[in-house]
Design a protein around this ligand. Structure first.
Ligand SMILES: [Zn+2]
Length: 58
């Protein structure tokens, strides 16, 4: 019963117990093969509106 998840960021298979699981607000589960991929996804996922908001505040 070996179930592999794919890294949400790079698409590589994530071995059970080795990846990083992240549950999003909408209930969807994201898997990452490494902290680097998780970080990258979070950076890319950073709401552009927030950036805009932050910029307009500048
Ligand atoms: Zn990855």
């Amino acid at each position: 019963m070996l179930s592999l998840k794919n890294c949400t960021f790079c698409g590589k298979p994530v071995p059970m117990g080795e990846g990083i699981m992240m549950i999003r607000n909408d209930g969807a589960i994201s898997w990452f093969c490494s902290a680097k991929c998780k970080k990258s996804t979070l950076v890319f996922k950073r709401d552009p509106r927030k950036l805009k908001w932050a910029r307009s505040k500048k």
